[in-house]
Design a protein around this ligand. Structure first.
Ligand code: ADP
Ligand code: MG
Length: 342
C-alpha cells in the first residue's frame, strides 16, 4: 500500500482516542475551557450519564463569531502563540485539540457571545467535516457548549461506555476535582434535570470549608488541618486530615499543581513519606493540596490529557512537600504539644 495523508475527520477521531475516553473527559475539557475563559459561574447539565447530552454553560469571555469555526479546527488556540509562551503557560488548555476531537465523535453546538458583540452566535457540527456557518443566536455573554450523542459515529468507542450510573459517577468525580481547584467559581451539576449539587462562590475560609464538606463530607472537615507554607518560590496550601481520619483506600487525595489536578509518583512518594510515622500500614491519608510554583519550573506538556507533569527540580519539590507536611503533622502529636507548652 502507498502512503496517503489521513482525512481531517479521521485525524481528529484518532486524537479523540487520547483525550476523550468517556463522558467525564468531555466534562474536564469543557469546564477547563470555561475556567480559561475567566468564568465565575459554570453550569453542567447531563442526560443519561452523558451519553445523550453534556452541556456546559459559562459566563466567561465568549468566542468572537469570526473565531467560531477556528475553535473547532485542530491546533487552533487563543492561549499560546510561541514556544516561549508554551514554556510559561498557565492556562489549563493550550493544545487546541479538545473541541475538534470532541466534535469529531459527537453532535456539537457552540452558542456564545463576547462582551463586545451585540448579538450571540452559534455553530453546529455533526461529527463529520461539516460545520455550519455561524448564525446569530440569542445568548448572554459567555459560552454554552452542547455535546449530544457522544461516540454515535464511533461504535467501537460507544461500546466501551458503561452503565448510565457508572458514567455519571465518573462525571461527578471529575467535576468535584474541578470544583476543588477553583473556590472563586460557582458550579452547578444536574443529571436528568435533577440538581445533584450547587456550589456557591467560596472565597472566605468558612465558605471554603462548606464546599469541602459538601464534596468530601463533614467528617473530613472536622478532622482537618489547614496549612499554608511558602519557601524559595514554592507554595503549598490546603488541608490534610489528621491521621485519625486515615482511609482504607487512597480515594480522598487531591493534589493540584498550579491549579491542575495531577497524579505524580514523586508527589505521592513525598506525601507517603511524610505520613509514614503517623499512619498504620495499609492506611491512606486524605488531603486536598495545592502546590504553586513558577510555571517555568514545571512542564505540563507531557501527555494530551495533562494528568502528569515534569518538575525541573524534582528533588527540591519532593523535599519541600515532605518537610512541610512532616512539620504540620509533627505539631499535631501529643508529645510535641506538651513540648510547646512547657
Ligand atoms: P485549547 O483549550 O487547548 O486552546 P480547545 O480545543 O479546548 O483548545 O478550545 C479551542 C479554543 O476555543 C480555545 O483556545 C478558546 O479560544 C476557545 N474556547 C473554547 N471553549 C471556550 C469557552 N468556554 N469560552 C471561551 N472560549 C472558548
Ligand atoms: Mg481546551
Amino acid at each position: 500500500m502507498r502512503i496517503q495523508a489521513l482525512p481531517p475527520q479521521l485525524i481528529n477521531q484518532i486524537a479523540a482516542g487520547e483525550v476523550v475516553e468517556r463522558p467525564a473527559s468531555v466534562i474536564k475539557e469543557l469546564v477547563e475551557n470555561s475556567l480559561d475563559a475567566g468564568s465565575s459561574r459554570i453550569e453542567v447539565d447531563i442526560e443519561q450519564g452523558g451519553a445523550k447530552l453534556i452541556r456546559v454553560r459559562d459566563n466567561g469571555a465568549g468566542i468572537h463569531s469570526d473565531d467560531l469555526a477556528l475553535a473547532l479546527s485542530r491546533h487552533a488556540t487563543s492561549k499560546i502563540a510561541s514556544l516561549a509562551e508554551l514554556e510559561r503557560v498557565s492556562s489549563m488548555g493550550f493544545r487546541g485539540e479538545a473541541l475538534p476531537s470532541i466534535a469529531s465523535v459527537s453532535r456539537l453546538t457552540i452558542a456564545t457571545r463576547t462582551e463586545g458583540q451585540s448579538t450571540g452566535w452559534s455553530i453546529t457540527g455533526d461529527g463529520g467535516d461539516q460545520v455550519t456557518a455561524p448564525e446569530p443566536s440569542a445568548h448572554p455573554q459567555g459560552t454554552t457548549i452542547e455535546v449530544r450523542d457522544l461516540f454515535y459515529n464511533t461504535p467501537a468507542r460507544r461500546k466501551f461506555m458503561r452503565a448510565e450510573k457508572t458514567e455519571f459517577s465518573h462525571i461527578e468525580t471529575q467535576l468535584k476535582r474541578l470544583a476543588l481547584s477553583r473556590f472563586d467559581v460557582s458550579f452547578t451539576l444536574t443529571h436528568n434535570r435533577k440538581e445533584v449539587f450547587t456550589l456557591p462562590l467560596a472565597e472566605q475560609p468558612l465558605e471554603q470549608e462548606r464546599r469541602l464538606s459538601g464534596l468530601l463530607g463533614s467528617s473530613f472537615v472536622e478532622q482537618v488541618l489547614h496549612l499554608d507554607r511558602e519557601q524559595a518560590g514554592l507554595s503549598l496550601r490546603g488541608w490534610i486530615a489528621k491521621p485519625v481520619f486515615s482511609r482504607s483506600q487512597a480515594d480522598m487525595q487531591y493534589f493540584y499543581v498550579n491549579g491542575r489536578m495531577i497524579r505524580d509518583k514523586l508527589v505521592s512518594h513525598a506525601v507517603r513519606q511524610a505520613f509514614q510515622d503517623v499512619l498504620f500500614h495499609g492506611r491512606h491519608p486524605a488531603f486536598v493540596l495545592y502546590l504553586d510554583l513558577d510555571p517555568m519550573q514545571v512542564d505540563v506538556n507531557v501527555h494530551p490529557a495533562k494528568h502528569e507533569v515534569r518538575f525541573r527540580d524534582s528533588r527540591m519539590v519532593h523535599g519541600f512537600i515532605y518537610r512541610t507536611l512532616h512539620h504540620v503533622l509533627a505539631e499535631t502529636r501529643p508529645g510535641q504539644e506538651v513540648d510547646r507548652n512547657t
